[in-house]
Design a protein around this ligand. Structure first.
Ligand code: SF4
Length: 283
């Protein structure tokens, strides 16, 4: 019999839970819902909401008449926010409060003379949104190597006042190394610790589990940033498999592993985690 350990931190975080509940409440009340981009990075939840009538839109003019726009957890650029506010359309802002806090930090602390450095993925909607609140130059780095070469290329950043924030799902381990180098290389930097505590907790639990297990299963959407990071965090310690559903486990041979750890991204519903957990326990 295999030993299977399910991480306590697996599954919906506070922000995702709030957004999903808001959307389901509206759908339950018969309200027409249009989400600006997929509300969370989980195909099963998106499909279920689509079945209940939710429409994913990329631009405001794609919204169905009389529908309520839902702004997803990652947030949106400030110009788009203003456009929605001025349009007179009904909307519900489900941006995670932790992301909102970064918008506020960047808006209040940046200026034409104070550039912003963002640790994160420049194409991720959360980073695109954060960047939009900067009042001056903005630089984005995805890891410590990129940060160091950025500072070497732009030596002026090492002396002038700069502010540094991180995408909420940035790797806590990489952030620690980045902060050490910023403190070594920059004389006037203001660092804001903006990694979400739910993400940090999930990552540390995943590390601990991956060190004590023979294999790890990460349950979540392949396009989800925090699911991908969980995978890369665990695979340095043991064989790690990313699955979106229990069905996908049929093509993975787990027979050689006696102790298997399971964790899941912030957008993974409890029902899918349970299915995977049951499958592994019985395989
Ligand atoms: S991971 Fe953190 S920042 Fe992202 S939605 Fe969840 S609670 Fe908010």
């Amino acid at each position: 019999m295999k030993e299977v350990i399910l991480a306590k931190s697996a599954g919906f975080c506070f922000g995702v839970n709030r957004a999903v509940e808001l959307a389901y409440n509206l759908l339950g009340d018969g309200v027409k819902v249009s989400t600006l981009g997929p509300i969370i990075h989980n195909q099963q939840v998106i499909d279920d909401m689509a079945e209940k009538g939710a429409k994913i839109i990329e631009k405001l003019d794609e919204a169905a008449t009389e529908s309520t726009i839902i702004i997803r957890t990652h947030g949106i650029p400030c110009t788009l926010m203003k456009e929605i506010e001025n349009s007179g359309m009904k909307f519900l802002d489900a941006t995670c409060p932790f992301v909102k806090k970064i918008h506020k930090i960047v808006a209040e602390n940046s200026s034409r003379d104070i550039p912003v450095l963002i640790a994160g993925d420049d194409k991720h909607p959360e980073v695109v949104g954060i960047k939009s609140y900067s009042k001056g130059e903005t630089f984005i780095f995805k890891n410590n190597d990129e940060l160091v070469s950025l500072l070497k290329k732009n030596k002026v950043l090492c002396q002038k006042g700069i502010i540094i924030v991180a995408q909420t799902t940035f790797s806590a381990k990489e952030w620690k190394i980045c902060k050490k180098n910023i403190n070594l290389l920059c004389t006037n930097a203001k660092i804001f610790d903006t990694i979400c505590s739910a993400t940090h907790k999930r990552q540390s639990e995943a590390v601990t589990l991956s060190l004590e297990c023979d294999a790890m299963l990460i349950v979540g959407g392949r396009h989800s940033s925090n699911t991908q990071k969980l995978k890369s965090t665990c695979e340095v310690n043991c064989p790690t498999f990313l699955v979106e559903t229990a069905e996908e486990l049929k093509s993975i041979d787990l027979s050689e592993f006696d102790k298997i750890g399971i964790t899941a991204g912030a957008s993974t519903p409890a029902s899918i985690i349970k299915e995977v957990h049951n499958y592994v326990r019985n395989c």
